[in-house]
Design a protein around this ligand. Structure first.
Ligand code: ASP
Length: 586
């Protein structure tokens, strides 16, 4: 080993010992004859000092080093002189007096400072990711991520789970996104699909009698990039046999609560976690991933707004509002105009607003409504002087979606969404299907292997839209961090669901014949879930997007900037794969 200790390890107890450290020059200072080096490795920073009198050669060498040089320093640990201790550093009470220094490697001047958390263009960070990962923030995130997965592995092993790897080259497993395809060289014209999740395979493992499976699994979905999406991402994929919904959610809640309390100092806001039905979530929050860190509930005032004579409200399928408490007093017209623009960008026709003053109202619509109606609307939203009430009149999907976005915007803008707490909850009782207007058919709200709740099975024949699915989502601070369900485990029911969502028999057979067949060989009742590791670590680390917690993420344009991927390949490779490239305009 090039080192006897790490740079985060030396304390008072080591004073007087001769030790060997190796790491990077984090900072170098020349103080009237003495040279100070902060030597950094993954565990911390240790101050090295060289004295020209006692170790001339070492001193001379240290004179030549620059930031990010790799050094090995042998020296004696001593107490820092009076007044020079550094309480912010775990090694801040000691320093290493260099007796021998070796430069293990030199470094060019890095394109950005490694030793500070300055704002650097993300493209540059991604191009030099190996340097970016040296920075303290990224080091911390990598360590946290490893702590999360290690905790999960140990916990689940203790609970009797086994980790099973499943193939990356497989057949499409639809989770609602586009597949990444890999052409087969040996089977011209045929393709493997990279799994959008190991869904089918984990169900096969239940048929195989594994009973308790997990995998830290890579999933691939070719969809447009957003802050919390990546072409490839990691799930804690789990499946269990002989379980019901509450068995799965309880196990997950225990695992997550214990893990969070071990690796993160943000408190969980409410334990046990609240369980919210889909209908309640849509009603109060306008979305199925509610941020429970603050209230600002949506209030449905459709009934009050009927027969007002005001066309915008009368004619709208839904009128719903929120109360931005206190904002009547503080928001300028310009700010309200910005809110209007915001809702229009997200599909609303406009924003109806009402400011409550001590002696009356200022409003975009009050003049069209009677005093009495206004009074009812204000009462429904618990409005008081100083408040700003905001209403959307539209189709239910639009009103809910836009108000949910407004609510989340206020969460940040007004500081209501405390970044230092974790509000975890379960959302349950999802509708089994959502109506797809464009294709005029039912889509599964989770995926096509999700079972209806037992009471809802007869509804598949009579009223599929009313059927409740056995889906459950784990939501933290407004992010969907896991989705799962109890699965269908019998062929007839699975075929019925395939039919309902418009899968022709021959297509179902071609795509999922293996599953249908497996279901005829004694398949146990089973269910599972798959928390997204990237989102989870992002939330625990308090990062704004998942790229900050992935060692080598793709850019917003789905490229690897460091290596240059995707890239062109040789013509002969394409020929071998039986693949031709179309001209842009073909
Ligand atoms: N396969 C699902 C997903 O990736 C999770 C599950 O149902 O277990 O969202």
């Amino acid at each position: 080993m090039h080192k006897s200790h790490t740079s985060g390890e030396l304390r008072r107890d080591h004073i007087g010992q001769t030790v060997k450290l190796a790491g990077w020059v984090n900072r170098r200072r020349d103080h009237g004859g003495l040279i100070f080096i902060d030597l950094r490795d993954r565990w911390g920073v240790t101050q090295v000092v060289s004295d020209p009198e006692s170790a001339a050669a070492a001193h001379e060498l240290l004179n030549t080093v620059r930031n990010e040089f790799v050094l090995q320093v042998t020296g004696v640990v001593r107490e820092r002189p009076e007044g020079q201790t550094n309480e912010n550093l775990s090694t801040g009470e000691i320093e290493l007096v260099a007796t021998d220094v070796k430069i293990l490697n030199a470094s060019k001047t890095p394109p950005f400072e490694i030793n500070e958390d300055s704002n650097v263009d993300e493209k540059v960070r991604l191009k030099y990711r190996y340097l970016d990962l040296r920075r303290e923030r990224m080091r911390r995130n990598l360590v946290l991520r490893s702590e999360v997965t290690t905790y999960i592995r140990n916990y689940l092993a203790n609970e009797g789970f086994i980790e099973v790897e499943t193939p990356i080259l497989f057949k499409t497993t639809p989770e609602g996104a586009r597949d990444y395809l890999v052409p087969s060289r040996v089977h011209p014209g045929k393709f493997y699909a990279l799994p959008q999740s190991p869904q089918q395979l984990k169900q096969m493992l239940m048929v195989a009698g594994v009973e308790k499976y997990f995998q830290i699994a890579r999933c691939f979905r070719d969809e447009d990039q957003r802050g919390d999406r990546q072409p490839e991402f990691t799930q804690l994929d789990m499946e269990m046999s002989f379980v019901e919904r509450d068995d799965v959610t309880q196990l997950l809640e225990d695992l997550m609560t214990n893990m969070i309390e071990e690796v993160c100092d943000k408190p969980i806001m409410q334990k046990p976690w609240p369980r919210i039905t889909y209908a309640d979530a849509m009603d109060r929050f306008g979305e199925d991933r509610p941020d429970l860190r603050f209230e600002m509930y949506l209030k449905d005032v459709t009934a009050i707004c009927r027969d007002t004579g005001f066309k915008v409200f009368d004619g709208a399928p839904m009128v719903k509002g929120i109360n931005a408490e206190g904002c009547g007093a503080t928001y300028s017209r310009k700010q309200i105009d910005a809110l209007t623009k915001f809702v229009q960008q997200h599909g609303a026709k406009g924003l109806a607003w009402l400011r409550i003053d001590e002696d009356g109202y200022k409003s975009s619509f009050a003049k069209f409504l009677s005093e009495e109606k206004i009074g009812e609307m204000v009462a429904a939203l618990d409005g008081k002087p100083g408040d700003l009430l905001l209403f959307i009149a539209d189709k239910a999907e639009v009103a809910n979606d836009v108000l949910a976005r407004l609510r989340k915007r206020f969460g940040v803008e007004l500081g209501l969404a405390d970044p230092n707490v974790l509000a975890c909850c379960w959302v349950i009782d999802f509708p089994m299907f959502m109506w797809n207007e464009d294709e005029t058919r039912w889509d599964p709200s989770h995926h096509l292997f999700t079972s209806p709740m037992p009471d809802s099975i007869p509804l598949l024949d009579t009223d599929p839209g009313a059927a409740v699915g056995s889906q459950y989502d784990m939501v933290i601070n407004g992010y969907e961090t896991a989705g799962g369900s109890i699965r269908i485990h019998n062929r007839a029911l699975q075929e019925k669901v395939f039919k309902l969502i418009g899968l022709e028999d021959d297509v179902a057979q071609e795509r999922f014949g293996h599953m249908l067949e497996a279901f005829e060989y004694g398949t146990p009742p089973h269910g599972g879930i798959a928390p997204g590791i990237d989102r989870l670590v992002m939330l625990l680390a308090g990062e704004p997007n998942i790229r900050e917690v992935i060692a080598f993420p793709k850019s917003q344009q789905a490229t690897d900037i460091m290596a240059g991927a995707p890239s062109v390949v040789e013509d002969h490779q394409l020929v071998e794969l039986h693949v031709g490239i179309l001209d842009e305009d073909e």
